[in-house]
Design a protein around this ligand. Structure first.
Ligand code: 4AD
Ligand code: MG
Length: 479
């Protein structure tokens, strides 16, 4: 008999059915006469309760039914009063597929700290919390593709190994096959990359945007969804060295269109989570409230599901960088020195504390900031007529800060080369990119959504290391 998924069984809630279920024991309790086994198979946050009359089974077998053990259980569904579900299974056969020694198993049937689970990242899939996060994550991946497919966007695979630095921040991981113990040198004494695998210096991509633009200036609407690598040494709860980014790029889109799409996209994803992940969201909401119960009322976040619905119900504020600076300069927090980084005027780069002030304290809803000073943004952004700001947009979310960064692109060849020269971008090596501006250039725009930041928001988790299966952060690549 094939196994029935626990999710399907609980949904149908039919009694008097012969079924086989397979999964892992979450808990086992009971008395001399009867055992109650909570079994989970990953298909849902909910467990099915197995009821076994002890006298029908060998004592030796029953002993092996411990938390973490893998079981195959045959039985009959019956109405349940005590399990929290409509049905449970009266077991007729139990096979232990895999034993789990309770003395040695690191996960105990109790609450573990997030740090402990990070140190045991290979086992944390087995916790309720991580299971819920992984199911939400999957649903969000699917919704990303669904959103773009429904709108006629093409998914483009951009290279992971590149020779360019899209963001110009120099935060790249080098890719090389050179012998680090014995690096070849050229006549000038510099590393001789001509002898390297690709015959030049290469790195892992920090963004698929530049290649995305090549595709968008032919296919019109494209998106990428790939791993992204940044060697920024920031040990924060918002940064990973390896994360996933979604980058749509649209020909004939100006900044307004770009903002509209970004807002529509985020709301679509959040609505999809509410429509398809409610059991997991309820669990995650309870987890968050438990975690925050010792915090002061004003430090507690909004309840998770309420927060998601709140984002859907409100238009994002659209604000110029210069207005944001005025708001921040005049804020009590700035005047009283409560920011770690004081806001001193036009030109300062906003820190996450400033972004969160704007969203959480001032506008009290998501904010799209536009028209940043050109000096603090990447070379490819379209210059405004004022010659000092660019058509950038950052979408800022409560509890997160920047969730999306994007812009209208500079489509004018001369202006773009001018910016590249000013910013020291090696334009001679990037004729492949500049060709888009030489041949049939069009106004176009795009943005990048940090996938893990989205998952942080949707799950209510506080640390980005807990929403990706295998986090890569400074000094950490164990699993
Ligand atoms: O703002 P960023 O650097 O923009 C770009 O890379 C553009 N090329 C996007 C585009 O216009 N096509 O990064 C975009 C988003 C950020 O808003 C943030 O959500 C996320 O990527 N991000 C990170 N997420 C996790 N860890 C990091 N180290 C991140 N750096 C950026
Ligand atoms: Mg950014």
């Amino acid at each position: 008999m094939r196994r029935t998924k626990i999710s399907e069984l609980l949904k149908a809630a039919e009694t008097e059915k012969e079924v086989v279920v397979q999964g892992w024991v979450r808990t086992r309790r009971g008395n001399k006469q009867v055992s109650f086994i909570a079994l989970n198979d990953g298909s849902t946050i909910n467990n099915i309760q197995i009821v076994a009359d002890n006298d029908k089974f060998d004592e030796a077998l029953l002993k092996r039914i411990t938390a973490g053990a893998a079981l195959s259980v045959g039985g009959r569904t019956v109405a349940s009063i005590g399990s929290g579900q409509a049905i449970e299974i009266q077991a007729t056969s139990i096979e232990v597929l895999g034993d789990c020694d309770p003395e040695k198993y690191p996960l105990q049937p109790k609450k573990h700290s997030l740090e402990f689970l990070r140190e045991n990242a290979h086992l944390r899939f087995r916790t309720n919390m991580f299971g819920a996060i992984m199911r939400v994550r999957h649903n969000m991946i699917f919704a990303v593709h669904k959103f773009f497919n429904e709108r006629g966007f093409y998914n483009i695979h951009t290279p992971l190994i590149t020779a360019s630095d899209c963001e110009g921040a120099g935060e790249m991981f080098r890719v090389t096959t050179l012998d680090l113990e014995n690096v070849p040198r050229n006549e000038e004494g510099k590393v001789d990359y001509a002898q390297d695998f690709f015959g030049r210096s290469t790195n892992l991509t920090v963004s698929g945007q530049l290649e995305g633009e090549l595709a968008a200036t032919a296919l019109a609407n494209i998106y990428t969804f790939g791993p992204t690598f940044r060697a920024e040494n920031s040990n924060t709860s918002r940064h990973l060295a390896e994360f996933w980014m979604i980058e749509p790029e649209m020909a004939f889109f100006d900044l307004q269109d770009n903002m509209d799409l970004a807002e529509e996209f985020l709301k679509y994803l959040i609505r999809y989570a509410l429509d398809n992940c409610m059991d997991d969201l309820k669990f995650l909401s309870a987890r968050q409230q438990e975690e925050e119960k010792n915090k002061k009322a004003e430090e507690r976040g909004m309840e998770l599901i309420e927060k998601l619905q709140f984002v859907l119900a409100n238009d994002f504020a659209r604000v110029k960088y210069s207005e944001a600076i005025d708001i921040l300069m005049n804020s009590k927090a700035n005047k009283k020195g409560q920011f770690k980084y004081e806001v001193t005027g036009f030109g300062v780069d906003l820190q996450s504390e400033h972004e969160r002030y704007l969203v959480e304290k001032h506008f009290k809803k998501p904010v799209i900031l536009i028209d940043y000073p050109k000096e603090i943004k990447a070379f490819y952004m379209k210059l405004n007529d004022d010659n000092r700001t660019v058509r950038a947009m950052d979408v800022l979310f409560p509890g997160i800060g920047e969730i999306i960064g994007g812009s209208q692109r500079e489509e004018n060849y001369e202006k773009l080369v001018g910016r590249m020269k000013e910013m020291g971008v090696p334009y001679e090596e990037m004729s492949w990119y500049l060709d888009t501006r030489r041949f049939g250039s069009v106004p176009h725009s795009g943005f990048g959504l940090g996938f893990e930041r989205l998952i942080l928001f949707v799950t209510g988790m506080g640390n980005i290391r807990d929403v990706i299966p295998f986090p890569r952060t400074p000094k950490n690549a164990e699993f």
